[in-house]
Design a protein around this ligand. Sequence first.
Ligand code: LHQ
Length: 257
Amino acid sequence: PLLVEQRQGWRKLTLNRPQKLNAFDAALHATLCDALEDAGRDPACRAVLLSGAGRGFCAGQDLAEPGLTGQEADLGAVLDRGWNRLVRTIRDLPKPVVCAVHGVAAGAGASIAFACDITLAAEDARFAQAFIRIGLIPDSGATWTLTHLAGPARARALAMLGDPISGSEAAAMGLVWRAVPSDAVMGEAEKLCDRLARLPAGALAATKRALAAAESNGFDAQLALEAQMQRELGRSADYAEGVAAFQQKRAARFEGA
Ligand code: LHQ
């Protein structure tokens, strides 16, 4: 259900259930989480690109999986085992995760795109908080990401109405980094990964951690965290190389893991 390609310094993971618009079943969850953890451990992988095969990014939960409705259904367990584990893995991965969204990103499919570090969307992509249409709330972190990325007023209308918005609108609302023409989205996402793979990996990992901490820390706690991280990075080979390259007016070559 997942295509894995190693590129120069980064890895491309493609959701591959196109006949179901890449809706997730348990097998796709397990495979993707393993692939992300593997990417996290591999020093040859310095960034991850997540995208979808076929005409859309992801339609969220595979609603045809057994056990999802009725009194015996336990959607909380489905979230804990599958979706919550996935968005935590993305957010905890000490490497940037780039997401390329084309076509539809519905329900938890949109939630994943909002959980990635840098998300590019096709201008004509469709993001839909499909949950309310089937009697559920936004999940896989979306009540949190919608509020933090787009602000409470937009979060409330998006979540309650469930109307789809375009990639351009999602970018204007701050839900994704940028919207680009649909024939350019994959090329631009790949270029971003090429760039990220050449940046100092330790500083990228620390940046990701510091920005995540900023979502709950106060200003003073954040100053202390920055000082602690900068103390460590200040002793790294990548920092020495960055300063030397600047002084020698040449491009830096970062090799730290
Ligand atoms: C699908 C799906 C799908 C299965 C398209 N499942 N087959 C977490 C925990 C536990 C439980 C519940 O949920 C969650 C989180 C969630 O993600 S809830 C939200 C689940 N997703 C949705 O409600 C979206 C359902 N899909 C749609 O509304 C439409 O398919 C969208 C708007 C995404 C796309 O519409 P179209 O472009 O018109 O495509 P389509 O509807 O024709 O879909 C193509 C095929 O994909 C079709 O199969 P078929 O055999 O008829 O060609 C769909 O049945 C299948 N598909 N989404 N989530």
